[in-house]
Design a protein around this ligand. Structure first.
Ligand code: OOB
Length: 554
């Protein structure tokens, strides 16, 4: 079995194909068909730039051609770290057209995360902006290249914007402007072949790699196949009743599975709708786009809900076209869920999903109590759910237990991580989510907690160990535990408990230290608390529950 093949047992794969979940079409071929079916409809909007489906298809050919000229080919991995601009989508489909594999990075990722993604994926290239949010991504790429070692051929860097003077840094604009000879049209005699649509990729191949929220020191990559990821997007699109009148506003980072395929960008494009890219998540930017572009659907994380409601209350916007607002990525407090619908005049949908697969949605016609007090139910009738106790036995409906899941779009193993897979999955292929849920008789899930050592800071996932390892590098820190504690705005904030020789570094020094170590800024602790020692549990693990309780004691 090659690493690009999907890993479901053959019987399951056959069933998913037979019932039509897996349609046997690659993303490159889907775009070709969409251009043929409704080429003149608007597919993508960014500011005053617009692409029809035909334009998007032609652009994918151009980008693919340019990338091929740089030596990128079928099966090659390419790290894409772009902010919310149309180029994310153009590059993504350009890669699909080649049968190459985008690796989704977040705009906030830095040397440590990007270096890791490059190494684990074996990426041949990265696509980055020149500068974004007052940060120079070309500097970041220089250090990633310097670290990748002499035994590797140097990473090619494609820069959206000014590539600067560095060798091996190529301008995206120049690349896409290379003479327009898409593979099908290179020679007048050669008829286009199916391989020209997708580089000859198989629908069972890995189409993209997503980054896991992580519980280990080094984040894991999640392989998503064409068949399974298209089903992820389509199943969500069906629940959300998308059609060619849908206008989706991408507010959250495009690299985030939620905004990209739940149903997001891909679900909207597969339904023949229009994707509008919001350059920032502020309600002012978003509401102006809602008015101008007739946005019908968008998705938010919980910290955005309050500012969006406040801005809507100003009464200066016409949000009548906006029909559905999805909220997910972290627990939405019930009171907020109840206020959001009336405040924006929309139907609210809760989304409990994960990059690993399983997506739960409340239904558009669910009673208000289910919409406001649950995190939805699985989108596919073939999503298999188990809620188990610590011995792995099922708990009765209504009782809390760990959520295990498998199904037609949930991973069966991480990318090149066999060792980790032995504990991340049960022997019969269920993914252990680490989330603690209660299942209601309706099948809706309520997320009540988690057992994984991950902090959810308003939707941003932080693996505690990853930060702890870097804290220990600080000369003054001899022991460290990163703990999530309740926070009014983000649901959780991070507190670093540190044991030190002498005085503890302050929160700013710790942030500077972690930045120096190359960690994304959002992983810096919100607070640093010095303790004389870390409490241990009976089995000798750091007792984080006790630490969090101590802090909360009045
Ligand atoms: C989404 O994906 P990830 O991979 O960043 O994080 C997944 C984890 C879940 O295991 C759970 O712990 C938490 O994020 N989570 C929620 C939640 N949605 C996600 N916890 C409570 N309530 C919710 N509604 O976060 C993601 C991927 C696709 C769609 C939506 C979210």
């Amino acid at each position: 079995m090659t690493e690009t093949e999907q890993r479901w047992p053959e019987a399951e794969s056959a069933r998913y194909r037979a019932v039509g979940h897996w349609q046997g079409v690659t993303f490159g071929a889907r775009l070709r068909r969409a251009a043929a079916d409704h080429g003149s409809r608007v597919a993508l909007v960014d500011g005053d730039r617009r692409w029809t489906y035909a334009d998007l298809d032609a652009e994918a050919d151009r980008v693919a051609h340019g990338l091929r000229g740089l030596g990128v080919g079928q099966g090659d991995r390419v790290v894409v770290q772009l902010p919310n601009r149309a180029e994310f989508v153009l590059v993504w489909f350009g890669l699909q057209r080649l049968g190459a594999v985008p690796v989704h990075a977040m705009p906030g990722h830095r040397r440590r995360e990007i270096g890791h993604l490059v190494r684990v994926s074996g990426a041949v290239a990265c696509v980055v902006p020149d500068r974004h949010a007052r940060f120079d991504h070309r500097d970041l790429m220089r250090s990633v290249r310097a670290e990748s070692g002499p035994n590797r051929s140097p990473l090619t860097v494609v820069v959206v914007g000014d590539p600067g003077q560095e060798d091996g840094f190529v301008s995206f604009e120049a690349l896409r402007a290379a003479p327009p000879s898409s593979p099908g049209h290179t020679s007048p005699d050669a008829l286009p072949t199916a391989a020209d649509d997708d580089g000859g990729a198989d629908p069972g191949d890995v189409a993209l790699l997503l980054l896991s929220g992580g519980t280990t020191g080094l984040p894991k990559l999640i392989p998503r196949t064409h068949d399974a990821y298209a089903y992820n997007a389509r199943a969500c699109a069906e629940v959300c009743a998308l059609d060619d009148r849908t206008v989706y506003l991408a507010v959250l980072p495009l690299g985030f599975n939620f905004a990209f395929a739940c149903p997001g960008v891909l679900g909207t494009l597969m339904a023949g709708g229009t994707v509008v890219v919001a350059p920032d998540p502020s309600p002012q930017t978003a509401f102006a786009l809602v008015e101008r572009e007739g946005v019908t659907l968008t998705s938010l994380t919980p910290p955005l809900v309050s500012p969006w409601m406040d801005e809507a209350a100003s009464g200066s916007w016409d949000l009548a076209g906006l029909a559905v607002v999805q909220v997910g990525g972290a627990r939405l407090p019930e009171e907020q869920a109840r206020k959001l619908g009336p405040a924006l005049g929309v139907t609210v949908q809760q989304v409990f999903g994960m990059a690993e697969g399983l997506i739960n949605l409340t239904r558009l016609d669910d009673p208000e109590d289910l919409v406001c007090a649950t995190q939805g139910r699985p989108v596919s009738p073939d999503d298999e759910i188990l809620v188990v106790d610590t011995d792995g036995g099922p708990v009765p409906d209504g009782s809390a237990g760990e959520l295990l899941t498998r199904g037609p779009y949930t991973l069966r193993g991480y990318y090149r991580a066999e060792e980790h897979d032995r504990t991340a999955f049960t022997p019969d292929g269920y993914y252990r989510t680490g989330d603690v849920v209660r299942r209601l008789p309706s099948g809706h899930l309520v997320v009540v907690g988690r057992i994984k050592d991950q902090i959810n800071r308003g939707g941003e996932k932080i693996a505690a160990v990853e930060v702890e390892e870097q804290l220990l590098v600080h000369p003054a820190i001899t022991a460290a535990a990163l703990v999530g504690v309740p926070d009014e705005h983000r649901g959780e904030r991070t507190v670093a408990f540190v044991v030190c020789d002498g005085e503890a570094p302050g929160v700013r020094e710790v942030a500077a230290h972690l930045k120096e170590r190359g960690l994304a800024e959002y992983k810096a602790p919100d607070e640093v608390v010095q303790v004389s020692g870390l409490p241990l549990t009976a089995v000798g693990k750091v007792d984080k529950a006790t630490l969090a309780r101590e802090l909360l004691r009045p």
